[in-house]
Ligand binder design. Structure first.
Ligand code: NAP
Ligand code: ZN
Length: 363
C-alpha cells in the first residue's frame, strides 16, 4: 500500500540543560506560553536559565487556559506582539502547547483575528518557530502539528482542531517535569496517549509506518499497565509514559484520531470533563464496535486484556466522570457527529446517529 510519512519535529529527551545550545539560532526574543504549574514543576525555571545562557530575552504568558479558547490565544499574541518575539516556547500540558502553536500563527500575521484560525487560507506565512516542552504525558502535542482550540460562539462552536498545521521545530522531554502532576491528571493523560495509539492503529488512514509506531507504543504501554492500575508513577514509569505519549503523537500525526476523541470533545466542552478522561471512557466501547477484529484483538493482547469488557472494567476503575447525559443531549451530540463525520471520519465504515448514541449510552 502507498503511503508517505512526514515527521519534522526533532525530539530530545533528558535534562534541558544538556540541550541548551538547541535554543540558539531563532533570534534574540522568545515568548513563553505556559500555565501556572510550570513554575512549580521546574520547567519554566530551566527554560529561563537556558535562554539566559544564550542571551535570549523572554516574556512569559502564564495564563494559558485548559482547553485554550481563541480569545485566550488571541490575548497571548496581542499582548506580546509589541515585544516582537522571534519564536515561541510552549511549556505545559497539551493546553499550553496548543495555545503556543496558535499564538505563533497569530504573531506571524498582524492582520489576523480570532476568525482567522478557522479559515484554511489564513496565515499564508505559517507560524513563528515553536519549541515544545510537555509537562504532562499524554497529548503528544509536542510531536503533532495540531492545535485544538475552544470556541464559545460562532460557526465553529465547541472544541476542534484548527485547519492550520504547526509542527514544533523541537520537543524537549524531561520526565522530571511530570512528577508534580496530580494523580488523576497523570491517569487521564496516560489514557489519552493510549487512546491516540488505539485510534491511530484502527484509523482508516493507518499505514505500515503508523502501525509500527502504534504497535510499539501500545506494547510499551502494556509493559507498565499494572503500574498505572496501582497508580505508581515512579520515575521509570513517568519516563516510559512520556516516550509513549510522544510516539502516540507521531502516530496520530499520520492517522488523525477517531470516535473517542470526536465524541469526547462534547463531554469536555459542555460538561467540563478533562480531555483524557472524556476520550478514555469511550475507548472500550469503540474497540468493541470497531469491525477490524484482528487489530482490536491485537490491541487487547498487547495490553494483557482478555476482551473489551475487561478493558471497560479496567478503565472505569481508573476514571470516574461525574456526568449524566440527558436523552436530548445524547441525541443532539450524536446527530451533529453523524452529520459532520459519520461518512468522512477515520472510522472504516459509515457511523450512524444510532451508533454514536449507543456509544454515549455506554459511559
Ligand atoms: P492540560 O489541559 O494541559 O492541563 C490539565 C491540568 O494539569 C492543568 O490544571 C494544569 O495545571 C495541570 N498540569 C499540567 N502539567 C502539570 C504538572 N507537571 N504538574 C502539576 N500540574 C500540571 O492537560 P492535557 O491533558 O495535557 O492537555 C489537554 C489539551 O490537549 C486538550 O485541550 C486537548 O484537546 C489537547 N490535545 C492536543 C493534542 C494535539 O495533538 N495538539 C492531542 C491531544 C490533546 P495548571 O493549569 O495549574 O498549570
Ligand atoms: Zn487526546
Amino acid at each position: 500500500m502507498n503511503f508517505n510519512y512526514y515527521m519534522p519535529v526533532k525530539i530530545f529527551k533528558g535534562p534541558l540543560g544538556d540541550y541548551a545550545d538547541e535554543f540558539a539560532g531563532y533570534g534574540p526574543r522568545a515568548l513563553i506560553v505556559t500555565d501556572k504549574s510550570s513554575s512549580v514543576n521546574g520547567a519554566l525555571g530551566d527554560v529561563l536559565r537556558v535562554l539566559g545562557e544564550n542571551s535570549i530575552e523572554a516574556e512569559v504568558f502564564d495564563r494559558a487556559e485548559e482547553n485554550p479558547s481563541v480569545e485566550n490565544v488571541t490575548e497571548a499574541a496581542r499582548t506580546y506582539s509589541p515585544f516582537k518575539p522571534d519564536f515561541v516556547i510552549g511549556i505545559g500540558g497539551g493546553s499550553p502547547l496548543d495555545a503556543a502553536k496558535a499564538a505563533a500563527l497569530m504573531l506571524n500575521d498582524e492582520s489576523a483575528d480570532e476568525n482567522s484560525f478557522y479559515y484554511p487560507k489564513a496565515f499564508p506565512n505559517g507560524a513563528k518557530p515553536v519549541l515544545a516542552i510537555p509537562t504532562t504525558a499524554g497529548t503528544g502535542s509536542e510531536a503533532t502539528p495540531f492545535a485544538i482550540l475552544t470556541r464559545r460562539g460562532g460557526p465553529a462552536l465547541g472544541k476542534s482542531s484548527i485547519p492550520h498545521l504547526v509542527y514544533p521545530e523541537k520537543a524537549f522531554l524531561n520526565p522530571a517535569y511530570t512528577a508534580t502532576m496530580p494523580e488523576q491528571i497523570a491517569v487521564n493523560t496516560a489514557i489519552d496517549a493510549l487512546c491516540h495509539l488505539a485510534e491511530g492503529y484502527l484509523s482508516n488512514k493507518a499505514s505500515a509506518v503508523s502501525d509500527m509506531l502504534a504497535i510499539g507504543g501500545i506494547t510499551a504501554f502494556g509493559l507498565i499497565r499494572d503500574r498505572l492500575t496501582e497508580k505508581n508513577f515512579n520515575e521509570d514509569v513517568r519516563a516510559a509514559l512520556l516516550s509513549v505519549s510522544t510516539v502516540a503523537g507521531m502516530t496520530i500525526t499520520h492517522t488523525k484520531t477517531s470516535l473517542p476523541h470526536q465524541m469526547g470533545y462534547a463531554l469536555t466542552f459542555y460538561h467540563g470533563v478533562h480531555h483524557g478522561a472524556a476520550c478514555g471512557v469511550l475507548l472500550a466501547e469503540y474497540i468493541r464496535f470497531h469491525p477490524d477484529k484482528k487489530k482490536t484483538g491485537h490491541i487487547l493482547e498487547m495490553l494483557g486484556l482478555q476482551n473489551s469488557d475487561e478493558m471497560k472494567t479496567w478503565i472505569d476503575g481508573l476514571i470516574k466522570i461525574d456526568v449524566t447525559l440527558s436523552d436530548g443531549e445524547i441525541e443532539d451530540y450524536s446527530a451533529d457527529l453523524a452529520n459532520r463525520i459519520g461518512k468522512t471520519g477515520t472510522f472504516p465504515t459509515e457511523v450512524f446517529k444510532e451508533d454514536f448514541e449507543r456509544l454515549y449510552r455506554s459511559i
